[in-house]
Write a protein that binds this ligand. Structure first.
Ligand code: ADP
Ligand code: ADP
Ligand code: MG
Length: 455
């Protein structure tokens, strides 16, 4: 049964809200924005067909009851959660469905099943998808100690319901585990309500490779290629690209098999991403499943020509996927750089008012943003303010296009990470595609000790 969506409420802000509005336009869907008082002049509010206030609390984007009641009042027939905020909140997904609206994402019960990252590990393990050695559920310190002694140090302490790299800690010894575990627990209990901890063996020199999946309600599941996301700082992605410079067709076949097997097993419907790490020997291990659109989805769009948000909407309408097979042939190469409102030297957030902005007029570049002169970057939200995505027929061409675009992207009024991004893209390691997930951390450390500052 196809349920046409006519009025879509976007429960998010910033660049992703603007991104979703664009696809609404294309599909002839009315886009409804929500905003908190600090965002009343924001771009997503201006660009939407209608906008509703969530009130004075800057964290209104997390208020399930409020958003659902606004959506009903606005006569929305569907809700898109974007990423972050309530996008992976099963209670929100259920509340949307219970109110008779369509949720653009996997079924709430599937979100609930996959909410615990250690449960995801246990499901993967039970169906023969490799995972990093570690716990198969949340653990107490007592249990963590036992498992760590079995698998050997170093181990990673992770938030069971974490995300964005927050709460991850390395323990190199039993002493460190005992010292860090209670600190980590306290931290995750507050930042990820009710979260527990789990542990995993810390693997040296890994690459982060993830597979983009689309799954419809008719049992079809396809993979749209991988994304390489190993340029990270504090376990968080900074530069992503597709395809990965190191993945072979054989690797891809294997990763697709793991990813599709997992998604079919949990009866996943909508867009989703399976994250893997690859060790030095070329073995892959599943680390988590992201049950939403991802920040870095544009690089996949750039090399496949598929609008992933459009697919999400069509899947939610109950349509069958028109893409019948997983994709192995890509058109060129794409690289994305995340631009942060921050001081690139001190790496501290730099909120404030945008005085003016000049977008690059260079070729094969897409910029996802919500910027305009006079727009405020409030301190309450994620400091990522734009994504610059460059395409090229080869990786090197894409890289040069990205450097060019970033060099011609000027934002004044706040500090941004643009100079640092150009620097990273110009390192030998990046040019050669020869780096692991800790490369950027080491690079920044060296840079700091030399007292270098971004131009
Ligand atoms: P992960 O590394 O877990 O896959 P991603 O890097 O793909 O996560 O992005 C999700 C993160 O984006 C969230 O954890 C959050 O910190 C951040 N985020 C959430 N909402 C927004 C927003 N509207 N604008 C910018 N960043 C956001
Ligand atoms: P989050 O939910 O915060 O995104 P992930 O489990 O996806 O957390 O891990 C974030 C990053 O931490 C990965 O992309 C990778 O760089 C690093 N990482 C995760 N697990 C391991 C591991 N077992 N060994 C080494 N690095 C890891
Ligand atoms: Mg992750």
């Amino acid at each position: 049964m196809v349920d046409r969506i006519n009025r879509l409420l976007i429960a998010n802000r910033g660049e992703i809200a603007v991104r979703i509005i664009k696809t609404c336009r294309k599909l002839g869907i009315e886009a409804i924005a929500v905003y908190t008082n600090v965002d009343s002049d924001a771009m997503h509010v201006k660009l939407a067909d209608e906008a509703y206030s969530l009130g004075s609390d800057p964290y209104g984007y997390l208020d399930i009851d409020k958003i659902v009641s606004v959506a009903k009042k606005a006569n929305a027939d569907a809700v898109h959660p974007g990423y972050g905020f309530l996008s992976e909140n099963a209670r929100f997904a259920k509340a949307v469905e219970d109110s008779g609206m369509i949720w653009i994402g996997p079924k709430w019960s599937v979100i609930e099943l996959l909410e615990s990252k250690s449960m995801v590990r246990s499901i993967a393990h039970s169906i023969g998808v490799p995972i990093v050695p570690g716990s198969l559920g949340p653990v107490t310190l007592e249990e963590a100690r036992k498992i760590a002694e079995e698998i050997g140090f170093p181990v990673l302490i992770k938030a069971d319901r974490g995300g964005g790299g927050r709460g991850i800690r390395v323990a190199n010894s039993l002493d460190e585990l005992e010292r860090l575990f209670p600190i980590a627990l306290k931290e995750v209990e507050t930042s990820f309500k009710g979260s527990k901890l789990y542990i995993e063996k810390f693997l040296p020199k890994v690459r982060h490779i993830e597979i983009q999946i689309l799954a419809d309600a008719h049992g079809n599941v396809v993979a749209l290629g991988e994304r390489e996301c190993s340029i990270q700082r504090r376990y968080q992605k900074v530069i992503e690209e597709a395809p990965s410079p190191i993945i072979t067709d054989d690797d891809r076949r294997k990763l697709y098999e793991y990813a599709i097997k997992f998604m079919k097993h949990v009866k996943y419907v909508n867009a989703g991403t399976i994250e893997f790490i690859r060790d030095e020997k070329g073995n892959f291990y599943l680390i988590e499943v992201n049950k939403r659109i991802q920040v870095e989805h544009p690089v996949t769009e750039a090399i496949t020509g598929i609008d992933i948000v459009e697919q999400q909407i069509k899947i939610a309408e109950g349509r069958e996927l028109e893409i019948k097979d997983s994709i192995y042939k890509f058109n060129g190469h794409a690289i994305e750089a995340r631009v942060y409102a921050e001081d690139p030297d001190r790496m501290l957030p730099s909120p404030g008012k945008i005085m003016w902005v000049r977008f690059p007029n260079t070729k094969n570049v897409r910029i996802d943003h919500a910027l305009a002169p006079g727009v405020d970057i409030p301190p309450f939200y994620d400091p990522m303010i734009a994504k610059v995505i460059a395409w090229g027929s080869t990786r090197e061409e894409a890289r040069q296009n990205l450097v060019n675009a970033l060099s011609n992207f000027e934002i004044s009024g706040i500090k941004t990470s643009i100079p640092l991004l150009i620097e990273i893209l110009s390192t030998k390691e990046f040019i050669d595609g020869d780096y692991d997930t800790l490369f950027l951390g080491r690079y920044l450390e060296q840079r700091r000790s030399k007292g270098v500052s971004a131009k």
